[in-house]
Design a binder for this molecule. Structure first.
Ligand code: PXG
Length: 472
């Protein structure tokens, strides 16, 4: 069952060690304990094709995380590389400041306006999701300012949300470890609870709990004062927080509350956009129509960095209609190479019907196959939504997820499981003890079977390992 164990040649070993040494000496990785990584040595990826990656030691890995929730069309797409190459030769850069721009930026903005729900006719480009959410903060405050309500400054977000790592992005994120460093959140950003049924829904039906979790927004708006609240922001499905799939009742109720108090509704579509849930945007899956949508990742399938904010007419009518300059932007807003790559990526998504395929075929198949893991002694709360899936490692199983006994978090069982996954050529992410996947959208039925079998095998190995350690 073990796929393609490391077959590193002496030359590959030498090359790997040399890179690891340089890495430890010079490269500070994001969200990484550099000291412990240096002791262990990083893994260096060198090649990708379809849903597979290869590292410097020649080991093949099935990439269950699509890079970092982004390589939606899979690796090795020459068409995207060619589009970027052609654009680099023609015009590698021109900015969009000072009453000028470049053709790919205009073409991509127009294309996105056709893909998004009809109320979205304008786009602001950034280079990342974090910058997109910083743009959201500035844009919603500008919007209320222009409307003569400058006191509407506060954005409400959720605990265990992830919205990026810039000052505003990290503040909007609801991650205690991030807030503990650098005096965050910045003023004007507050958090409510997350719609996590396993964590807080005991004794209620999922739909009752969804309504209750949405009511926390109304309570917070009333507590802060309606005239102080600018916007609410949330990921349709929380990604980095551990694939938290809200009950169906949650988002429509959130939307109703936002409309009631005239609060702008912002969907962070950085993970959920571009097909991840089987729709162009995750908001469509949940049947809501936000006022702003942040995007990044899947817009280029990660081939080059690009992000942005889709702006609905409610907001653009004010921003544009009232005249005056929005004093915000980046050198590389609307970078022609990134926009050309995005246009080709979108061509691929459309021509191959990948988003429809996820919605009607491979998504339901993943759901069915992933659900089969629920009989594993370690697997509880097994859930799927489009092409994201997650399961919780449980010390003791019960029919009801709320009755399962989790492991002591200090044991870091998720990390133990993750290393068995990697060891067997499977990239699956651990968020605490929740194991998650978000595979490339190109995955076939046979590859879904292969992935689920590999996950089961690694869960077995993890179980044996935990037993040996006396943890089961
Ligand atoms: N919003 C969401 C919903 C995200 O998932 C960002 C914003 C920020 O995007 P940039 O491009 O600035 O990174 C993200 C990023 C993880 C992980 O551990 C997830 C992300 C980034 C890094 C790690 O799952 N998502």
């Amino acid at each position: 069952m073990v796929t393609d164990p490391s077959t590193a040649s002496p030359a590959q070993e030498l090359y790997t060690r040399a890179l690891q040494k340089l890495d430890a000496a010079h490269y500070l990785h994001p969200f990484t304990d550099s000291k412990s990584l240096a002791a262990k040595g990083t893994r260096v990826m060198v090649r990708g094709e379809g849903i597979y990656l290869w590292d410097t030691e020649g080991k093949r890995l099935l990439d269950g995380m699509a890079g970092l929730w982004c390589v939606n069309v899979g690796y090795g797409r020459k068409r995207i590389a060619d589009a970027a190459y052609a654009q680099m030769q023609e015009l590698p850069f021109y900015n969009s400041f000072f009453q000028a721009t470049n053709a790919p930026a205009i073409q991509l903005a127009a294309k996105l306006a056709t893909l998004a729900p009809p109320q979205f006719q304008h786009v602001f480009f950034t280079n990342s999701g974090s910058e997109g959410n910083d743009t959201v903060v500035r844009m919603v405050r500008r919007y209320w300012d222009l409307l003569g309500q400058p006191d509407r400054q506060i954005l409400i977000s959720r605990r265990n949300a992830y919205h990026g790592s810039t000052m505003a992005g990290a503040s909007l994120s609801g991650m205690p470890a991030m807030h503990a460093q650098g005096g965050l959140p910045i003023p004007g950003i507050v958090h409510i609870g997350q719609p996590n049924y396993l964590e807080s829904g005991q004794g209620r039906s999922p739909q009752e709990f969804g309504m209750e979790a949405a009511s926390w927004l109304e309570q917070k708006i009333l507590e802060l004062g309606v005239d102080k609240v600018a916007a609410f922001i949330g990921e349709p499905v929380q990604g980095a927080g551990g694939v938290v799939i809200p009950p169906a009742s949650y988002w429509p109720e959130i939307q109703r509350i936002c409309r009631k108090y005239d609060v702008l509704l912002v969907a962070d579509e950085v993970i959920c956009g571009f097909g991840r849930l089987g729709y162009w945007f995750g908001s469509e899956y949940f049947g809501i129509t936000p006022d702003l949508m942040t995007f990044a990742k899947g817009v280029t399938s990660g081939y080059v960095p690009l992000g942005g904010v889709l702006v609905s007419q409610r907001v653009s009518d004010v921003l544009i209609g009232q005249g005056g300059e929005f004093a915000h932007g980046f050198t590389y807003s609307g970078h022609p190479v990134a926009c050309a790559a995005a246009l080709e990526n979108i061509n691929i998504l459309e021509e191959e019907g990948l988003i429809d395929q996820v919605r009607t075929d491979t998504g339901p198949y993943l759901q069915q196959r992933f659900a089969s893991l629920a009989d594993h002694p370690l697997a509880g709360n097994v859930e799927t939504c489009g092409f994201v899936a997650g399961l919780n490692l449980m010390q003791e199983k019960a029919a009801d997820a709320h009755a399962c006994r989790p492991f002591d978090p200090a044991l870091q069982v998720g990390m133990i499981c993750r290393s068995h996954m990697f060891g067997n050529g499977m990239i699956m992410r651990a968020v605490g003890d929740r194991m998650i996947v978000a595979p490339p959208l190109v995955m076939t039925h046979a590859q879904i079977d292969e992935m689920v079998a590999l996950i089961r095998f690694c869960l077995d190995e993890t179980q044996a390992d935990l037993s040996k350690r006396g943890l089961l």
